[in-house]
Ligand binder design. Structure first.
Ligand code: BG6
Length: 476
């Protein structure tokens, strides 16, 4: 699709998100010829000149863009300028003369500044679409609980309309998350088996080896439940469970996701222990090196009760999913870093052959470290006897190279095209908070269970599993 010429205005242009993820993605889209008429305006408090800003970007791209080309950068550089200021309307006014026509405002700012920025931009009329479209991109967290999310919505809507708001969840830009939709709805054989008659359980895991990485200011307020489950894992959950859509468009898809979230069985606050587990990493060994525990990390207050691991069990009360547990979990400083959605099918009713004992198939959508779909099935062991062995049918890994874009590139392109399919509508955010709010409340008391860095997480996670279920390891 041809994209209209537009100006990308990055608020928070000297920060970490811009440096590591956002600008590298913008540069790569430009270098690939996807955004030929792009103009970029960086906006931040630092009293920099445009040249200083350009040098800062160049230095960081040399670090973060493996296929960086000086030639493409020289072309883009000519279109990059810098404006210095804070988020008050008096300062934001300085953007008026440099932003003409279509514009995409990206708030690469700490979340507590989203409302000031959105209101500030609006009060100087920069959201006004008279001379071209105006869009605002914000990235999670969208509030800290249901109530604060609703307050944020009110503030965003003071000047901006819902179709102008692009709420990013970068997992929706991941190739395999999108493939979950394509694989499910482009294959006829999927629909008859995608239900509680055939599926025993679903597990969504995002395990990271990383620890706090200096992000204590944000992370200690957030914790794993807010940082990963409320958004990324909840999105994968909703996409797994949606009903087929009749037409592929943003509103249909988002409506179907909301219906799933609304059908989730509420978790009573006095039974949170049966549905959720929290943990916090202690000291341990990662890759042969001793690492400190969370409470010893720089900046973490000794009164902290923040969890670095969260696991939740959800049920969906509708016809398709009655009785199927969906287990979601995410943790930092775990033994192995991987993200996957794994669907286990029920066993065949009779075991006709010797060989493998548990004949239940797993369909696994792997997002990290590789993007791949695997189907664990059973076939005959070559030889004279009718014996089963495990085989893995897999999408071709050698085609991994074809995925040469990042989630941010995908989402910036979508926002430039005005396609909201992979962005969150407010009611999705709201429903996700509604599901998790009782857990957040219960976790205001007590402490998380400690697990050693480099381990599989807290022992307590096992108590969530229904009879006969166990947490997978990535090799299973
Ligand atoms: C971010 C979280 O949203 O997602 C981080 O704030 C986490 O804590 C990251 O590390 C994981 O994303 P990815 O794409 O690296 O799996």
């Amino acid at each position: 699709m041809k994209v209209d010429p537009f100006t990308l205005v990055i608020l928070g242009a000297t920060g970490d998100l811009t440096r590591r993820l956002l600008f590298p993605a913008v540069y790569r889209l430009f270098a690939k010829g996807r955004l030929p008429d792009l103009k970029v305006v960086g906006y931040a408090m630092e009293d920099w000149s445009t040249e200083q800003f350009q040098q800062h970007l160049e230095k960081n791209m040399q670090e973060f863009v493996p296929d960086f080309s000086q030639e493409s950068w020289e072309k883009l550089k000519a279109q990059v300028q810098y404006v210095s200021g804070d988020l008050t309307p008096e300062h934001l006014k300085a953007l008026e003369p440099v932003v003409q026509g279509n514009a995409l405002f990206y708030l690469a700012l700490p979340p507590q500044l989203f409302d000031d920025a959105a209101i500030g931009l609006g009060s100087v009329g920069l959201q006004n679409e008279q001379s071209g479209w105006r869009r605002l991109i914000i990235e999670k967290p969208f509030g800290w609980d249901l109530q604060s999310a609703q307050q944020l919505r009110e503030k965003l809507h003071q000047h901006w309309q819902e179709p102008q708001l692009f709420r990013i969840d970068h997992f929706l830009g991941k190739e395999t998350v999108q493939n979950l939709m394509v694989f499910r709805f482009a294959n006829r054989f999927m629909e008859p088996i995608w239900n509680s008659a055939n599926i025993a359980q679903v597990q969504i895991t995002a395990a990271e080896t990383l620890g706090l990485e200096g992000r204590y200011k944000y992370y200690d307020q957030a914790g794993a439940l807010r940082d990963m489950l409320q958004n990324h894992l909840m999105q994968i959950f909703a996409l797994t469970a949606i009903e087929p859509v009749s037409k592929w468009n943003a509103d249909n898809l988002r409506q179907h996701k909301v219906e799933v979230l609304q059908s989730v069985r509420p978790i009573p606050q006095d039974r949170v222990k049966d549905f959720a587990v929290r943990g916090r990493y202690g000291a341990g060994e990662m890759g042969g090196k001793e690492v400190p525990g969370y409470m010893q990390e720089e900046g973490v207050p000794q009164t902290s009760r923040t969890e670095t691991f969260a696991a939740v069990k959800l049920y969906i009360d509708n016809w398709r999913w009655e009785g199927v547990p969906f287990y979601l979990r995410s943790g930092k400083r775990m033994q192995q870093g991987y993200t996957e959605l794994a669907v286990q099918f029920k066993e065949v009713p009779t075991q006709l052959f010797s060989g493998v004992e548990d004949l239940s198939n797993w369909l696994i959508f792997r997002m990290k470290p590789e993007e791949r779909i695997d189907l664990v099935a059973y076939a005959k062991t070559p030889g004279l006897d009718l014996e089963t062995r495990t085989v893995v049918l897999s999408t071709d890994i050698s085609r991994q190279q074809e995925i040469d874009f990042t989630a941010y590139e995908q989402l910036i392109m979508d926002a430039a095209e005005g396609d909201q399919t992979h962005f969150l509508r407010f009611d999705e955010v709201e429903e996700a908070w509604r599901i998790l709010d009782p857990i957040l409340k219960a976790w205001e008391q007590g402490q998380p269970e400690e697990y050693a860095s480099g381990s599989l997480g807290p022992n307590g996670q096992g108590r969530l599993m229904d009879h006969g279920h166990y947490w997978r390891s990535p090799e299973d």
